[in-house]
Design a protein around this ligand. Structure first.
Ligand code: OSB
Ligand code: MG
Length: 371
């Protein structure tokens, strides 16, 4: 596989709703869309999930572009690639910057699958034809709007509800949610809003039979999470803290979590995501696929990875129409009765609409292979 051309596009899209977490509110979504073109003119697509502001991790949209232009693209166009697994090896000299690496690795995986006439799900070794999904609901202005939002998503068929929590918007809110929805599969995501000193406060959550609490403590911590897990009945799920299969092993060994949220961008790509998946399968740690408010290309990658067998809990991959008036892929990702039917066409299995991409593109740049 020779990468003849790589096109980086900077898109600006409008979310249908303001999304509020313990770190802030976002209404617009800027993202980098990556297209890699091989010697036969075939294209593979990837999406960077870095945010505009380094709230979730240290990466940003602009920072990703710098890494891609100055280090990542030159390293990958130097010599042909046989397999997408080589991408992470070739980029190992770059510390972290996992979302920038994952964006182009995803495009190369898509291209690789298309060259073989395989769906990306199959190329990864996945075998599900349908995946179960839930929805992640941001912090709402008041409890009534939260209850209304939950009700409408349940009516749409979503299989589990995740709500964002933060100090002052936690135990009382979840008590109200449980009063109205006593049996709904429910979980809470704190995005690192608490400290170990809050353990007694967080123990109050044990009475609500939550499926899990996601990333209660610091975004780089696995030590205090182990101490907290020893005090809580509610399973802890790690999101922000897991950047690699090594991190996953450490967290499992320490007892820092009972569940892992796999985000392809956070761990540097599909190859590493698969390694974490396989490790967790062997350790009887269930995994699920997180979300970063992806546009269609990133969403399609999430659908494909979720077909691996140890993705046993519903993920955050909601329908395109939940986020966007108009997504950039055709057809859009749709959810029926809480389930997405995995496309079986080559690669990601959704067509990228160049016309729609054009509409959201702020700027773009073409990089050519050095002869
Ligand atoms: O912590 O899972 C998170 C969105 C942006 C950054 C971090 C997170 C999220 C979500 C949204 O929870 C999931 C989605 O609907 O894409
Ligand atoms: Mg999270």
């Amino acid at each position: 596989m020779k990468l003849e051309r790589i096109i980086v596009r900077h898109l600006d899209m409008n979310l249908k709703f303001p999304f509020t977490t313990s770190f802030g509110t976002q209404q617009r979504k800027e993202l980098l869309l990556l297209e890699v073109v091989d010697e036969n003119g075939l294209s593979g697509w990837g999406e960077s999930v870095a945010m505009m502001v380094p709230w979730y991790n240290e990466e940003t949209v602009k920072g990703n572009w710098h890494l891609l232009e100055d280090y990542i693209i030159p390293a990958l166009t130097k010599q042909p690639l046989e397999h997408p697994d080589e991408v992470s090896q070739r980029l190992a000299f770059i510390r972290k910057n996992n979302m920038a690496k994952a964006a182009i690795e995803g495009a190369i995986w898509d291209l690789y699958a298309k060259r073989r006439g395989l769906s990306l799900a199959r190329a990864l070794g996945g075998n599900r034809t349908q995946i179960e999904v839930g929805v992640s609901i941001g912090i709402q202005p008041d409890v009534q709007s939260l209850l209304d939002t939950i009700e409408s998503h349940l009516a749409e068929g979503y299989r589990r509800i995740k709500i964002k929590i933060m100090p002052g918007r936690d135990v009382d809110v979840i008590r109200e949610v449980r009063r109205y929805f006593p049996d709904v599969p429910l979980m809470a995501d704190a995005n690192s809003a608490y400290r170990l000193e809050d353990a007694n406060h967080l123990k109050q959550l044990d009475e609500f039979a939550l499926m899990m609490i996601e990333q209660p403590l610091a975004s780089d911590d696995i030590i205090d999470h182990a101490k907290l897990q020893a005090e809580l009945h509610t399973p802890i799920c790690l999101d922000e803290s897991i950047h690699s299969v090594q991190d996953a092993r450490h967290a499992i060994d320490l007892g820092s979590c009972k569940i892992i949220n796999i985000k392809v961008g956070r761990v540097g790509g599909l190859t590493e995501a698969k390694k974490i998946h396989d490790l967790c399968a062997g350790e009887h740690i269930p995994v699920w696929c997180g979300g970063m408010l992806e546009a269609g290309v990133g969403r399609a990658h999430n659908v494909a990875v979720t077909t691996l067998s140890n993705f046993v809990l519903p993920g955050d991959t909601a329908a395109s129409a939940r986020y966007w008036d108009e997504d950039i892929i055709e057809p859009e990702v749709t959810v029926e009765d809480g389930v997405i039917t995995v496309p079986d066409g080559p690669g990601i299995g959704y067509e990228v609409s160049r016309e729609k991409v054009e509409r959201y593109t702020l700027s773009s740049k073409v990089y050519r292979r050095l002869q």
